[in-house]
Design a protein. Sequence first.
Length: 476
Amino acid sequence: MIDEPFKYNQELLKSLEKVVEINEPFKHNQELLKSLEKVVEIIKPYRNLQEVVRTNALELNKNLAATRYSQINKEIAAISKMPEVNKAIIDTINALKSDKPINIEKISSHSLALENALIPSLKFSENIKKSNLQLLKSLEFEQLKIIKGFKQQTDIWKRLIQPSQDAARLLQSTIPQIRESSMVWHSSLTQTINRFQELKLLTTNPNLAARLLENSRIYTGFVESTIQRISSAENQRIAKALNTSLRLAEVQLLSTTEALSSVIATPIDDEVSDTRQLDLPIIQQKELITAVESQNIEDEDALIKSSSAAKASALSRNILVLATRCNEVVKVEEKSEIFKPTNKLLEVYTDLPWLLPQTKQTFGDFVDCLYFLFYEGAGKDKLRFLKEHGGVLEPTDCDLIWCIKHLRNKWLRHDADHGKETQIKKSWKELSAQFNWLGLQHAPINSEHFRYLHSRLLQEAEIFLQNILKKLIKSE
């Protein structure tokens, strides 16, 4: 059965009212109720989405029963009189003709039983498998994924305001943080969903929509774990660091949402990448705790400035803003965008500010982002920022681009030791030159080295975009 992720809409408010009744200090805290009412309101429209999914699923049931299985009707007719398979056939067809939302587990179990009974008919068995594969890849199931994602987030907010005795004590010490965090989540989600609705992304490409909401999911889980840590903090200094990490994450979620909303458009391609490891809030929080413990920093501004993770995120955000400005300048002149809003580029706008590589794997994810933004997103072999393709830069202005290509193609995503011996030596020599250009005299071997390369590439990326923007304005 399809989950009913938003059945808590009314229960959520009732639970809140109970919390206020039980806890005398919160009886007059109307701001909290208003904030969480907003959270509920943003979810209400997705009852309609769920109904669309259910209707589409029912239609798919009919199509499968009327069309796909009619295609293999001859196979069914030839063997349907066999006693050992008759029941399996009936169960499978009935499951597909059901007027209930698709239950893939039930269909799969019936299909498996049917396949086992129909071993002599390999062709029939293969058709069953293909039908199930199409079902799993269908738009309806992608839509169910995004509904499940929303349910997971709303369940977390529901847990934060549960009127149990333990939760009530939690609210007593963290109610301002919950109120502020819920409002930020509501604001970010509203802005993004409104943009999705303008482009009909929720119904036409829900898989991409879910992918672009990854930050919202990460943020919600981070809020829950941090609220729990604040309630049991050993001392005020740790509580200060935890509260600061929450506020930083709030600002970063909103700024990432704003950057994404400024570029999101109907995607040019269909491929959606796997999610990346977005560790910014967690690493940032660890840095802040270390700062209050080892340096005894109490001022919040000074605490934030002590976080290299926060600095890197701000720099990443500025890079996205600069890329957007470059596009805006050329669009005003009725020219083609330099950085096209493909699925991969939209994912970069979601991921880049929240990526903090500390291993070769996560550094590869980071370099992928730069590659999809500056190389694939800019035209690949016909880079739109180069003069020969209508841009403003010479190849000598593009050391960053060649560095990104070498790191990715000669090391991170391909084996440098592949090929003839002369090619292998050349690849490692080029890699050495790129590391030296970034200021590292050897290959990175620990988290400190990867964080250093991350910082240096972000610095060079900012300079690169500033140079494009400067020359674009001069050429007007």
